[in-house]
Design a protein around this ligand. Structure first.
Ligand SMILES: O=C(O)CCC(=O)C(=O)O
Ligand SMILES: [Fe+2]
Length: 334
């Protein structure tokens, strides 16, 4: 039976359970990844206090003075760093035409303290190790973001170990593909809607992520949240369960698994009309991006004679720029 809604999976037995319990977690994850590309994880081990710090710093930044945000505006179109304002990015495409731009603001950081060696400064590294731009005047901002980024690095390794098990791969299969990763931590702020949105304009247009996976924290608000398209073509709400993260697969893992696992369309809808003028929403996606030179090529357990590899191997850095260009992400500072 195909899952039509997003399951909530306690991953803690994978860390501390018996071999049978670990296998059970991997089997549940495999089903979610195959059927809907989304799961909600509990038992992830990230402290509530760290999430609260992140939330407080993020809310103070976005609801604080505009000049503080503009002081850390995206430094260059090609660098996914710093602040982008409302209507600067349109994630969605509508019948292959860009949808109206998103009703959100966002702020991005990338890898912390990348060494200035040949690997990190190579031409192929592009802007993936561009310096972060930190706002001033917001209490605990940089320390909270740093600690959260590091916590996500740890959770990524744990999820990738579960994925390896779910794909019948050696447990460390993905480790050397992310040891110099170029993941991006983004915070999204969806402001109250004081004016009526344009036709088809929503908080976040329908898109799939061009990550390996995304680990997302979402604020618990009434309506105006995240939805995913299931295999029946219906938009279903992604459950908001306090203390959990949403994990969704991105396009590169879909390609890596020869389409066995799916990277699904999702969107963020507007709040109900009655509360649109007062409701804001914060979400915190961590976009897991393997090393720029990691080769995205069909995973050994995902092809055979009957089901040959469908895609050419491609380095992640090149793959990403192809996707960014398609999605207009890099134009956001222009
Ligand atoms: O705000 C959300 O819940 C989802 C945001 C999202 O899909 C994205 O930033 O890629
Ligand atoms: Fe997304």
């Amino acid at each position: 039976m195909t899952l039509m809604s997003v399951p909530v999976i306690d991953i803690s037995p994978f860390r501390s359970g018996t071999p049978a319990q670990k296998a059970e977690v991997a089997a549940q994850v495999a089903q979610a990844c195959t059927d809907i590309g989304f799961l909600v994880i509990s038992g992830h081990g990230i402290a509530d206090d760290l999430i609260s710090r992140m939330y407080r710093a993020t809310k103070s930044f976005f609801e604080g003075p505009l000049e503080n945000k503009l002081a850390v505006a995206r430094p260059e179109a090609g660098q996914i760093r710093g602040y982008s304002g409302v209507e600067q990015e349109g994630l969605g495409l509508l019948e292959d035409q860009p949808a109206p731009p998103d009703l959100k603001e966002s702020y991005d950081i990338g890898p912390l303290d990348a060494p200035a060696d040949d690997y990190h400064q190579a031409e192929a590294a592009g802007a993936h190790f561009a310096p972060n731009v930190w706002p001033t005047g917001v209490e605990d901002f940089e320390p909270a973001y740093r600690a959260y980024y590091q916590a996500m690095e740890g959770l990524t390794l744990e999820m990738l170990e579960i994925f390896a098990s779910a794909l019948d791969l050696p447990h460390d299969y993905f480790v050397d593909k992310v040891d110099k990763h170029i993941s991006i931590l983004r915070t999204n702020y969806y402001p109250p809607q004081l004016t009526e949105p344009k036709p088809n304009q929503i908080r976040g247009g329908a898109h799939s992520d061009y990550t390996a996976m995304t680990i997302l924290w979402q604020e618990d608000v009434e309506g105006g949240g995240l939805q995913v398209e299931n295999k029946a073509g219906e938009w279903v709400d992604v459950p908001v369960v306090p203390g959990t993260f949403v994990v969704n697969l991105g396009d590169s893992l879909e390609r890596w698994t020869n389409d066995r696992w799916v990277s699904t369309m999702h969107r963020v809808v507007n709040p109900p009309h009655e509360i649109a003028r007062t409701q804001s929403r914060i979400s915190i996606p961590y976009f897991v991006q393997p090393n720029y030179d990691a080769v995205i090529e069909c995973i050994p357990t995902c092809f055979d004679d009957e089901n040959p590899a469908k895609y050419e191997p491609m380095r992640n850095g090149e793959y990403l720029y192809m996707k960014f260009t398609q999605q207009n992400t890099l134009a956001a500072a222009e």
